[in-house]
Design a protein around this ligand. Sequence first.
Ligand code: GLN
Length: 542
Amino acid sequence: MTRFVFITGGVVSSLGKGLSAAALGALLQARGYSVRLRKLDPYLNVDPGTMSPYQHGEVYVTDDGAETDLDLGHYERFTGVPSRRSDNVTAGRIYTDVIARERQGDYLGATIQVIPHVTDAIKAFITAETDGVDFLLCEIGGTVGDIEGLPFFEAIRQLGYELGRKRTLYAHLTLLPYISAARELKTKPTQHSVKELQALGIQPDILLCRCDREIGEEEVRKIALFCNLRKEAVIPALDARSIYEVPLRYHKQGFDTQVCRHFGLDTSEPDLSRWEHIVERVLKPEGEVTIAIAGKYTDLQDAYKSLNEALTHGGIANNTRVNLRWIASEIFENEDPVPHLEDVHGILIPGGFGERGAEGKIKAARFARERRVPYFGICFGMQMAVIEAARSLAGVSRANSSEFGACDEPVVGLLTEWMHGNRTERRNIDDDLGGTMRLGAYPCDIAPGSRVQEIYDGALHINERHRHRYEVNIGYKDRLEAVGLRFSGMSPDGALPEIVEIPEHPWFIGVQFHPELKSKPFEPHPLFESFIGAALTQSRLV
Ligand code: GLN
């Protein structure tokens, strides 16, 4: 029997509902339960794939090729459960499906309305594929009171009514602001936020109160009284030193215990040693390295969320603090990269789109290659490294990517046809931008004896997640291999370069996929573990 926990938010956005849901998932797993996590996003985009990273942060890609909200990345990192297309839905997707069904006549002449048709579609999404899962944790994006959120709140209200209180729980995340002039924590916004929920027919069972300082007895008593809750169900959620401390903090404050109590389950102590170990490593590392990340969206950390975390995981594996130096690669187009890069222990070029900053990335790749600094190119970062090698080593001076316009040496070119399993996928340049890239998990064959084979612990076949439209052009392979680049990972049909490395370099690897999406704190991705290890070696040299 699946139990449903709904996580909503109020007062302001960005309080960390996703992390709260992920942390609760980890805590329930530690108690021996199986969990799935889902996110409902009330905006009208069909998926976040076409949204600017400035607006929405990173697009998280699942194995089955869905472009989803970055909170799914938290879910997967905290629970290890691979997220799927069926774990994230937007209002845009729900409405698109309802309207398509209406056009097909599926509703037999009925007037299509938000209630029941849209709410039914939302409920069907929440409850689908939950067989054998002990807990389904479902986060509602946005804050209570948003107009576009109403059908979602109505749907979860109905589920509470239909499934009963013993199978559903509402947890609401709010903010307690501290007013320095009055030297007081204010509970009023929380009270209002709960009233707003109650007006929609939802009484929260647990309140998670974000606050930048200890919450006194008196405030807890007040919140409990005015919001209709037991005092134990008012859980302080203070700022943590690391996101990986959140499960331990929440446990200490009784979050998972209160959830178990609500459902009448055993509340004995879970084994949290996995998380204690991770926090110990994150907070008290022995070594320290600095990695330069030359990217585009460098002033918005959320744009590279998984990358950030995967680097932290590489640090955990090496017991090392990883300092990140974010550099907008554009500046290298006018400035010498040397002063920015000469003291770093590793250079990483992440995924990216568009021409802006590309030449700067090529310069950074060149610096790393020539100065023998560990280089990790991810997707766009691999493409730029290959263009650099083609220009500087293979004499293809006009090497470029056709992403930036027509070019006569398309060392990186548009992918119009490829195999997915035994199916051929086709695209052309005029296709819609949404969902038309090479997306999701694809297999890759690794060359025996390559550095990546060693990194992947001897594996010859791996599976990694993709999100890109362009590919390194196999037509240049021989010329590039002749000058020292090794194509050490290929698609099984041999058509698509997946990994390149420079065997003569201390650590120079480019991958066409996004390894950061599969890294977890308790299972750091081998490429990140190895890259940070190489940076650590480099730090002893400079
Ligand atoms: N813009 C490149 C492409 O579409 C790289 C994409 C990426 O880095 N995710 O192929």
